[in-house]
Design a protein around this ligand. Structure first.
Ligand code: FES
Length: 120
């Protein structure tokens, strides 16, 4: 079991299995990530497309950091990825070289590539 402390200090014992984001509807971390892969980026887009309530403590605590930090292992934000894109990074590999996103577990690679492709 892997534990994790979010950038805003929330400790999660096993992020992959137990992280129900929305206390009302049961939307999980993996649902948020899957929706990001489909192009949703903002809090409102993620709430609408996943069916999360957007109002419970789980939504207001977790959706902001999930949407911000694309690479959890190396704390790389979507803003950093987009900034590197404007500086010429065109591939996931180039983002990894510049920011380390994707250089640990690698689970963020597909989402990083999606962000590069969509420009958001
Ligand atoms: S989440 Fe990016 S390397 Fe693990």
């Amino acid at each position: 079991m892997s534990s994790y402390t979010t950038p805003n200090g929330v400790h999660i014992e096993d992020l992959r299995k137990v992280m129900n984001v929305c206390e009302t509807t049961g939307v999980k971390y993996i649902d948020i990530r899957a929706t990001q892969m489909e192009g949703a980026r903002t809090f409102q887009e993620l709430v609408e497309k996943t069916g999360a309530c957007g109002e419970c403590d789980g939504c207001t605590t977790h959706i902001p950091w999930i949407s911000k930090f694309i690479c959890r292992c190396n704390q790389v934000s979507i803003d950093t990825i987009l900034e590197e894109r404007t500086k010429g990074a065109a591939t996931q590999e180039e983002i990894q070289e510049r920011t380390k996103a994707g250089s640990s577990c690698g689970r963020c690679k597909a989402l990083t590539a999606s962000i590069l492709e969509n420009g958001k």
